[in-house]
Design a protein around this ligand. Sequence first.
Ligand code: NAD
Length: 280
Amino acid sequence: MKNSDQLLSGKTALVTGASRGLGRAIALALAKAGANVAVTDLLIENEAVDKEKLAEYGLLASYFSETENVRTLSTADEIEKFGSRSLGIKMDVTNSDDIQKAIAQTTDKLGSIDILINNAGVMDNMAMLEYQTEKMWERDLNVNLTGAFNCIRAVWQQMKQKKWGRIINISSFVGLSGAFAQPGYGASKAGLIGLTRSVALEGAKNGITVNAVLPGFIETEAVKLHDPKMIDRIRARTPMKRMGTPEEITPLVVFLASDGASFITGAAIPVTGGADLFVF
Ligand SMILES: NC(=O)c1ccc[n+]([C@@H]2O[C@H](COP(=O)([O-])OP(=O)(O)OC[C@H]3O[C@@H](n4cnc5c(N)ncnc54)[C@H](O)[C@@H]3O)[C@@H](O)[C@H]2O)c1
Protein backbone atom coordinates (compact mmCIF):
# COMPACT_ATOMS: atom_id res chain seq x y z
CA MET A 1 0.00 0.00 0.00
CA LYS A 2 1.16 3.49 -0.81
CA ASN A 3 1.63 5.89 2.05
CA SER A 4 1.89 9.63 1.39
CA ASP A 5 4.67 10.19 3.95
CA GLN A 6 7.07 7.76 2.29
CA LEU A 7 10.45 9.29 1.42
CA LEU A 8 9.78 9.46 -2.34
CA SER A 9 6.03 9.65 -2.56
CA GLY A 10 4.78 11.80 -5.43
CA LYS A 11 8.08 11.45 -7.31
CA THR A 12 8.69 9.82 -10.69
CA ALA A 13 11.92 7.95 -11.32
CA LEU A 14 13.50 6.45 -14.42
CA VAL A 15 16.12 3.74 -13.97
CA THR A 16 18.33 2.59 -16.86
CA GLY A 17 19.61 -0.97 -17.18
CA ALA A 18 16.98 -2.27 -14.78
CA SER A 19 16.24 -5.74 -16.22
CA ARG A 20 18.42 -7.39 -13.57
CA GLY A 21 21.09 -6.82 -10.93
CA LEU A 22 21.65 -3.47 -9.34
CA GLY A 23 19.29 -1.58 -11.66
CA ARG A 24 16.38 -3.87 -10.86
CA ALA A 25 17.11 -3.69 -7.10
CA ILE A 26 17.26 0.13 -7.31
CA ALA A 27 13.95 0.29 -9.23
CA LEU A 28 12.29 -1.89 -6.57
CA ALA A 29 13.77 0.14 -3.70
CA LEU A 30 12.66 3.48 -5.19
CA ALA A 31 9.16 2.08 -5.61
CA LYS A 32 9.13 0.74 -2.05
CA ALA A 33 10.03 4.29 -0.95
CA GLY A 34 6.91 5.53 -2.77
CA ALA A 35 8.17 6.61 -6.21
CA ASN A 36 6.51 5.71 -9.50
CA VAL A 37 9.19 4.06 -11.58
CA ALA A 38 9.97 3.58 -15.26
CA VAL A 39 11.97 0.36 -15.50
CA THR A 40 14.03 0.62 -18.68
CA ASP A 41 16.55 -1.67 -20.34
CA LEU A 42 18.16 -2.62 -23.61
CA LEU A 43 16.56 -6.04 -23.15
CA ILE A 44 12.88 -6.68 -22.64
CA GLU A 45 10.83 -9.85 -22.36
CA ASN A 46 8.97 -11.17 -25.39
CA GLU A 47 11.28 -9.48 -27.83
CA ALA A 48 13.41 -11.67 -30.04
CA VAL A 49 16.84 -10.18 -30.59
CA ASP A 50 18.84 -11.66 -33.46
CA LYS A 51 22.20 -13.29 -32.76
CA GLU A 52 24.17 -10.61 -34.58
CA LYS A 53 22.59 -7.85 -32.51
CA LEU A 54 23.15 -9.82 -29.31
CA ALA A 55 26.82 -10.30 -30.21
CA GLU A 56 27.06 -6.53 -30.61
CA TYR A 57 25.41 -6.04 -27.20
CA GLY A 58 28.01 -8.34 -25.64
CA LEU A 59 28.49 -11.60 -23.79
CA LEU A 60 26.28 -10.77 -20.83
CA ALA A 61 23.37 -9.66 -23.00
CA SER A 62 23.61 -12.90 -24.99
CA TYR A 63 23.72 -15.01 -21.84
CA PHE A 64 20.76 -13.36 -20.09
CA SER A 65 18.69 -13.16 -23.25
CA GLU A 66 19.29 -16.78 -24.25
CA THR A 67 18.63 -18.09 -20.72
CA GLU A 68 15.41 -16.02 -20.58
CA ASN A 69 16.56 -14.08 -17.55
CA VAL A 70 15.28 -10.69 -18.62
CA ARG A 71 12.93 -9.03 -16.11
CA THR A 72 12.10 -5.55 -17.36
CA LEU A 73 8.32 -5.94 -17.71
CA SER A 74 8.03 -8.31 -14.77
CA THR A 75 9.84 -5.83 -12.49
CA ALA A 76 7.32 -3.18 -13.51
CA ASP A 77 4.51 -5.65 -12.67
CA GLU A 78 6.11 -6.38 -9.30
CA ILE A 79 6.27 -2.64 -8.53
CA GLU A 80 2.59 -2.17 -9.33
CA LYS A 81 1.85 -4.76 -6.66
CA PHE A 82 3.34 -2.44 -3.98
CA GLY A 83 0.85 0.22 -5.05
CA SER A 84 3.35 2.39 -6.97
CA ARG A 85 2.80 2.94 -10.69
CA SER A 86 5.33 1.55 -13.13
CA LEU A 87 6.15 0.94 -16.77
CA GLY A 88 8.60 -1.47 -18.36
CA ILE A 89 10.19 0.15 -21.40
CA LYS A 90 12.80 -0.96 -23.92
CA MET A 91 15.44 1.74 -24.01
CA ASP A 92 18.99 1.60 -25.28
CA VAL A 93 20.93 4.43 -23.62
CA THR A 94 23.03 4.86 -26.76
CA ASN A 95 19.95 5.49 -28.91
CA SER A 96 18.48 9.02 -28.75
CA ASP A 97 15.16 7.97 -30.32
CA ASP A 98 14.68 5.27 -27.68
CA ILE A 99 15.45 7.78 -24.92
CA GLN A 100 13.06 10.42 -26.25
CA LYS A 101 10.26 7.85 -26.62
CA ALA A 102 10.84 6.42 -23.14
CA ILE A 103 10.79 9.87 -21.57
CA ALA A 104 7.65 10.87 -23.43
CA GLN A 105 5.91 7.63 -22.39
CA THR A 106 7.02 8.02 -18.76
CA THR A 107 5.99 11.67 -18.59
CA ASP A 108 2.62 10.83 -20.11
CA LYS A 109 1.83 7.84 -17.89
CA LEU A 110 3.75 8.51 -14.64
CA GLY A 111 4.47 12.26 -14.67
CA SER A 112 7.61 14.26 -15.45
CA ILE A 113 10.85 12.74 -14.31
CA ASP A 114 12.18 13.86 -10.92
CA ILE A 115 14.80 11.16 -10.41
CA LEU A 116 17.14 9.70 -13.04
CA ILE A 117 19.32 6.72 -12.17
CA ASN A 118 22.04 6.09 -14.75
CA ASN A 119 22.79 2.48 -13.99
CA ALA A 120 23.03 0.84 -17.44
CA GLY A 121 26.49 -0.46 -18.04
CA VAL A 122 28.58 -3.05 -19.78
CA MET A 123 31.35 -4.78 -17.87
CA ASP A 124 32.07 -7.81 -20.05
CA ASN A 125 34.99 -6.40 -22.03
CA MET A 126 37.91 -7.99 -20.21
CA ALA A 127 41.18 -8.18 -22.11
CA MET A 128 44.67 -6.83 -21.73
CA LEU A 129 45.43 -3.64 -23.62
CA GLU A 130 47.20 -5.36 -26.50
CA TYR A 131 44.07 -7.43 -27.22
CA GLN A 132 41.65 -4.53 -26.96
CA THR A 133 40.08 -3.20 -30.15
CA GLU A 134 38.71 0.22 -31.00
CA LYS A 135 35.24 -1.34 -31.16
CA MET A 136 35.46 -2.78 -27.63
CA TRP A 137 36.75 0.51 -26.24
CA GLU A 138 33.98 2.46 -27.99
CA ARG A 139 31.24 0.19 -26.63
CA ASP A 140 32.46 0.70 -23.04
CA LEU A 141 32.55 4.46 -23.46
CA ASN A 142 29.29 4.69 -25.44
CA VAL A 143 27.18 2.73 -22.99
CA ASN A 144 28.77 3.58 -19.65
CA LEU A 145 29.59 7.24 -20.17
CA THR A 146 27.86 8.67 -23.26
CA GLY A 147 24.70 6.76 -22.30
CA ALA A 148 24.52 8.66 -19.00
CA PHE A 149 25.25 11.96 -20.78
CA ASN A 150 22.41 11.24 -23.26
CA CYS A 151 19.91 10.50 -20.49
CA ILE A 152 20.92 13.53 -18.40
CA ARG A 153 20.49 15.85 -21.39
CA ALA A 154 17.10 14.32 -22.13
CA VAL A 155 15.64 14.98 -18.63
CA TRP A 156 17.46 18.23 -17.91
CA GLN A 157 14.80 20.71 -19.12
CA GLN A 158 12.04 18.95 -17.16
CA MET A 159 14.09 19.12 -13.97
CA LYS A 160 15.20 22.70 -14.59
CA GLN A 161 11.63 23.86 -15.08
CA LYS A 162 10.56 22.24 -11.80
CA LYS A 163 13.69 23.47 -10.03
CA TRP A 164 13.97 19.99 -8.55
CA GLY A 165 15.86 16.98 -9.77
CA ARG A 166 18.01 14.10 -8.59
CA ILE A 167 20.51 12.46 -10.89
CA ILE A 168 22.44 9.49 -9.56
CA ASN A 169 25.15 7.93 -11.66
CA ILE A 170 26.24 4.40 -10.83
CA SER A 171 29.97 4.59 -11.37
CA SER A 172 32.37 2.18 -9.63
CA PHE A 173 35.27 2.37 -7.20
CA VAL A 174 37.46 1.29 -10.14
CA GLY A 175 36.79 4.75 -11.57
CA LEU A 176 39.30 5.84 -8.91
CA SER A 177 41.53 2.76 -8.59
CA GLY A 178 41.70 1.65 -12.23
CA ALA A 179 40.46 -1.72 -13.50
CA PHE A 180 42.94 -4.43 -14.47
CA ALA A 181 42.34 -5.66 -18.06
CA GLN A 182 39.32 -3.36 -18.34
CA PRO A 183 40.76 -0.09 -19.66
CA GLY A 184 37.50 1.03 -21.26
CA TYR A 185 35.45 0.15 -18.19
CA GLY A 186 37.86 1.90 -15.81
CA ALA A 187 38.05 4.99 -18.04
CA SER A 188 34.27 5.16 -18.51
CA LYS A 189 33.62 4.93 -14.77
CA ALA A 190 36.25 7.61 -14.06
CA GLY A 191 34.63 9.73 -16.78
CA LEU A 192 31.27 9.28 -15.09
CA ILE A 193 32.68 10.87 -11.92
CA GLY A 194 33.92 13.82 -14.00
CA LEU A 195 30.52 14.08 -15.70
CA THR A 196 28.79 13.96 -12.29
CA ARG A 197 30.88 16.81 -10.89
CA SER A 198 30.62 18.96 -14.03
CA VAL A 199 26.85 18.62 -14.31
CA ALA A 200 26.44 19.12 -10.55
CA LEU A 201 27.94 22.60 -11.00
CA GLU A 202 25.26 23.44 -13.57
CA GLY A 203 22.41 21.89 -11.60
CA ALA A 204 23.26 23.63 -8.33
CA LYS A 205 21.30 26.82 -9.05
CA ASN A 206 18.33 24.86 -10.34
CA GLY A 207 17.63 22.52 -7.43
CA ILE A 208 19.16 19.60 -9.35
CA THR A 209 21.67 17.50 -7.45
CA VAL A 210 23.98 15.13 -9.29
CA ASN A 211 25.90 12.45 -7.41
CA ALA A 212 27.82 9.29 -8.17
CA VAL A 213 27.65 6.04 -6.24
CA LEU A 214 30.81 3.93 -6.46
CA PRO A 215 29.99 0.32 -5.65
CA GLY A 216 32.66 -2.19 -4.76
CA PHE A 217 32.10 -5.81 -5.79
CA ILE A 218 28.40 -6.53 -5.58
CA GLU A 219 27.00 -10.02 -5.90
CA THR A 220 24.67 -9.53 -8.86
CA GLU A 221 23.66 -12.26 -11.31
CA ALA A 222 26.31 -10.95 -13.75
CA VAL A 223 29.14 -10.91 -11.19
CA LYS A 224 28.24 -14.43 -10.05
CA LEU A 225 29.19 -15.59 -13.57
CA HIS A 226 32.86 -14.75 -12.91
CA ASP A 227 35.36 -17.57 -12.50
CA PRO A 228 34.97 -18.83 -8.87
CA LYS A 229 38.73 -18.39 -8.35
CA MET A 230 38.41 -14.74 -9.21
CA ILE A 231 35.49 -14.40 -6.79
CA ASP A 232 37.63 -15.95 -4.05
CA ARG A 233 40.41 -13.46 -4.80
CA ILE A 234 37.93 -10.56 -4.67
CA ARG A 235 36.60 -11.72 -1.29
CA ALA A 236 40.11 -12.18 0.08
CA ARG A 237 41.15 -8.70 -1.06
CA THR A 238 38.07 -6.96 0.40
CA PRO A 239 38.58 -5.95 4.07
CA MET A 240 35.06 -7.19 4.94
CA LYS A 241 35.99 -10.53 3.28
CA ARG A 242 32.80 -10.66 1.26
CA MET A 243 31.04 -9.05 -1.67
CA GLY A 244 28.17 -6.67 -1.09
CA THR A 245 24.54 -7.28 -2.00
CA PRO A 246 22.41 -5.01 -4.21
CA GLU A 247 20.36 -4.21 -1.09
CA GLU A 248 23.50 -2.69 0.46
CA ILE A 249 23.64 -0.13 -2.37
CA THR A 250 19.95 0.77 -2.63
CA PRO A 251 19.52 2.64 0.71
CA LEU A 252 22.13 5.21 -0.35
CA VAL A 253 20.47 5.65 -3.75
CA VAL A 254 17.05 6.15 -2.13
CA PHE A 255 18.50 8.70 0.29
CA LEU A 256 20.31 10.63 -2.45
CA ALA A 257 17.02 10.73 -4.38
CA SER A 258 15.12 12.20 -1.42
CA ASP A 259 14.54 15.76 -0.16
CA GLY A 260 16.84 15.00 2.76
CA ALA A 261 19.85 14.93 0.43
CA SER A 262 19.20 18.45 -0.91
CA PHE A 263 22.65 19.83 0.03
CA ILE A 264 24.66 16.88 -1.31
CA THR A 265 25.86 17.37 -4.86
CA GLY A 266 28.92 16.43 -6.91
CA ALA A 267 29.75 13.69 -4.42
CA ALA A 268 31.29 10.37 -5.44
CA ILE A 269 30.48 7.97 -2.64
CA PRO A 270 32.18 4.56 -2.33
CA VAL A 271 30.11 1.64 -1.01
CA THR A 272 32.74 -1.05 -1.06
CA GLY A 273 33.15 -2.98 2.20
CA GLY A 274 36.58 -1.32 2.24
CA ALA A 275 37.73 -2.65 -1.16
CA ASP A 276 38.95 0.83 -2.09
CA LEU A 277 41.28 0.94 0.94
CA PHE A 278 44.88 -0.15 0.90
CA VAL A 279 45.24 -3.73 2.15
CA PHE A 280 48.42 -5.70 2.85
N1 NAD B 1 28.06 -5.60 -9.69
C1 NAD B 1 29.17 -4.96 -9.36
O1 NAD B 1 30.07 -5.51 -8.68
C2 NAD B 1 29.36 -3.52 -9.76
C3 NAD B 1 30.41 -2.80 -9.18
C4 NAD B 1 30.59 -1.47 -9.53
C5 NAD B 1 29.74 -0.87 -10.44
N2 NAD B 1 28.74 -1.60 -11.00
C6 NAD B 1 27.89 -0.93 -11.99
O2 NAD B 1 26.54 -1.09 -11.64
C7 NAD B 1 25.73 -1.20 -12.80
C8 NAD B 1 24.92 -2.49 -12.75
O3 NAD B 1 25.77 -3.59 -12.53
P1 NAD B 1 25.22 -5.08 -12.49
O4 NAD B 1 26.19 -5.90 -11.74
O5 NAD B 1 23.79 -5.09 -12.13
O6 NAD B 1 25.42 -5.46 -14.05
P2 NAD B 1 24.47 -6.17 -15.11
O7 NAD B 1 25.31 -6.47 -16.30
O8 NAD B 1 23.74 -7.29 -14.49
O9 NAD B 1 23.41 -5.03 -15.44
C9 NAD B 1 23.60 -4.07 -16.43
C10 NAD B 1 22.25 -3.75 -17.05
O10 NAD B 1 22.46 -2.74 -18.05
C11 NAD B 1 21.75 -3.14 -19.21
N3 NAD B 1 22.36 -2.52 -20.39
C12 NAD B 1 23.52 -2.86 -21.00
N4 NAD B 1 23.70 -2.09 -22.08
C13 NAD B 1 22.65 -1.23 -22.14
C14 NAD B 1 22.27 -0.20 -23.02
N5 NAD B 1 23.00 0.10 -24.09
N6 NAD B 1 21.11 0.46 -22.78
C15 NAD B 1 20.34 0.14 -21.72
N7 NAD B 1 20.63 -0.84 -20.86
C16 NAD B 1 21.78 -1.51 -21.06
C17 NAD B 1 21.83 -4.65 -19.22
O11 NAD B 1 20.85 -5.25 -20.06
C18 NAD B 1 21.64 -4.97 -17.75
O12 NAD B 1 20.30 -5.10 -17.39
C19 NAD B 1 26.69 -1.15 -13.99
O13 NAD B 1 26.78 0.18 -14.45
C20 NAD B 1 28.00 -1.57 -13.38
O14 NAD B 1 29.11 -1.06 -14.07
C21 NAD B 1 28.53 -2.91 -10.69
